[in-house]
Design a protein around this ligand. Structure first.
Ligand SMILES: C[S@@+](CC[C@H](N)C(=O)[O-])C[C@H]1O[C@@H](n2cnc3c(N)ncnc32)[C@H](O)[C@@H]1O
Length: 180
């Protein structure tokens, strides 16, 4: 069985092409950014609030197509000058990092809302949730918002195990109509 992260990459693959603009909203160790770069895209715009984590990842990946910002993903509307083809939010905290900095629902929700506006038609957003402790509230609040989206505008799917309530899971969104 594939993990939620692997499923998120499968989901995003269809939105990628050599000119694609991709957003990694939570850079961390860069596995998602690396996926975009390996698949072939024009640019990956990434956000990470831990400066040391960002610096390590950018130096390790060393690809000029990766443009990383040490600021919260909720500010992405100030950075993106064009619409994105693919976007990923991998919530929670970065494993193997001593600090316990993790995403928090108010800024995550704001970023998801802005991200949807910044997606192009047929663009896809993958959200990987970790529904334990703090992550559960984050998953609930963001899911509650996604349930309100007009099905004519967005197609929203969930892929999660029915018999394990705390396992990571994927929610995928595809934009069906262009928004201004
Ligand atoms: C689960 S990790 C990301 C994993 C990463 N995508 C990878 O492939 O390794 C979540 C990351 O989000 C970062 N983060 C937390 N709040 C953030 C925010 N508001 N904006 C951007 N990044 C944030 C954390 O510092 C952490 O490194």
């Amino acid at each position: 069985m594939r993990s939620a992260v692997e499923m998120s990459h499968l989901f995003l693959r269809e939105a990628l092409h050599p000119q694609a603009i991709c957003v990694d909203a939570t850079l961390g160790h860069g596995k998602d950014a690396q996926f975009f770069l390996e698949q072939g895209c024009r640019q990956v715009i990434a956000f990470e609030i831990q400066e040391d984590v960002l610096t390590d990842t950018v130096q390790r990946i060393a690809d000029p197509r990766l443009e990383a910002y040490c600021q919260g993903h909720e500010t992405m509307d100030a950075i993106l000058s064009q619409k994105a083809d693919a976007m990923i939010f991998n919530f929670g905290y970065c494993p193997q990092v001593e600090s316990c900095v993790q995403t928090s629902w108010p800024t995550s929700l704001e970023a998801v809302q802005k991200g949807l506006q910044l997606l192009r038609k047929k663009g896809r957003m993958a959200l990987v949730f970790y529904p334990h402790e703090q992550g559960q509230i984050e998953a609930e609040r963001i899911e509650a918002f996604l349930r309100t989206l007009d099905p004519h505008d967005y197609w929203v799917i969930a892929f999660h195990p029915l018999n394990q309530s705390t396992s990571p899971y994927l929610v995928g969104v595809e934009k069906r109509k262009e928004t201004s």
